[in-house]
Design a protein around this ligand. Structure first.
Ligand code: DC
Length: 228
């Protein structure tokens, strides 16, 4: 069967990565979490005290940032490696979530990440999620999905996930962070979060995971047929 590129963009905590992973498994595609790249860059900047408001510091620091995804058969997922070290666990922490949108708004950071993401798409059969994948990274992707869900639903989902790891986290903290990230991501100057004109909207506030997957698999089949 013909392989295609599937892009999934949308607000924070809509379940983009869950859907992307399910699709990749079902279709035997490669899943790429573009947000992990911005998170790893943020981790590097924090660890090395790089001021991301100073262009020269950013440009110099990026010369020392090497990002790589490596597949972990145990978790059945790709994990993010920063300069050879597995940072998958660290990049999901709240300290990173609090700063990542600021870092991801920096022009040089975006150029650095987007160039690598585009290269990953030279072979088809990939699912990539993020904020600008259908608009900037793969404007010619065969299937583009734009995900959204009610803010209360999204806050609850993210809270549950973070609470598992950190019992001191509060629901207010999570809500504040999601709203702030959505605001910065949608209002930044360079490649802001927005729906590509030809993207299909998926509002999953009222859908369970099985219903969602069934619906999207139909879109995948249609897209493959339309491009064969
Ligand atoms: O998907 P995520 O929550 O892991 O993404 C972390 C941040 O990175 C998010 O707040 C916005 C930014 N991001 C981006 O600007 N462009 C992307 N393609 C992916 C993520």
């Amino acid at each position: 069967m013909k392989k295609i590129i599937i892009t999934i963009d949308g607000y924070s905590s809509c379940g983009k990565s869950t859907l992307a992973k399910q699709l990749a498994t079902k279709l035997d595609y490669v899943y790429i979490d573009s947000g992990a790249m911005y998170r790893a860059i943020t981790l590097y900047f924090i660890q090395n005290r790089v001021d991301w408001n100073v262009t020269e510091e950013v440009v110099n620091a990026l010369k020392d940032v090497h990002l790589e995804f490596m597949y972990n058969p145990v978790s059945n997922a790709s994990e993010m490696f920063l300069n050879g070290e597995n940072v998958e666990h660290f990049i999901r922490e709240m300290v990173i979530a609090e700063k990542v949108s600021e870092v991801a708004a920096v022009k040089e950071v975006r150029e650095f990440a987007v160039a690598q993401q585009k290269k990953m798409g030279t072979r088809k059969g990939i699912v990539m999620d993020g904020r600008d994948i259908g608009t900037v990274v793969f404007p010619h992707a065969e299937l583009k999905i734009f995900m959204t869900a009610d803010i209360t639903v999204r806050v609850e989902r993210r809270f549950k996930e973070l609470f598992e790891k950190n019992k001191s986290i509060t629901i207010e903290e999570v809500k504040e962070n999601l709203e702030l990230r959505d605001y910065i991501d949608a209002n930044r100057e360079i490649s802001p979060l927005r729906k590509a004109e030809d993207a299909i909207i998926l509002d999953n506030s009222q859908l369970n995971m099985e219903e969602q997957l069934e619906l999207v698999m139909q879109w995948v089949e249609d897209a493959i047929m339309a491009h064969t």
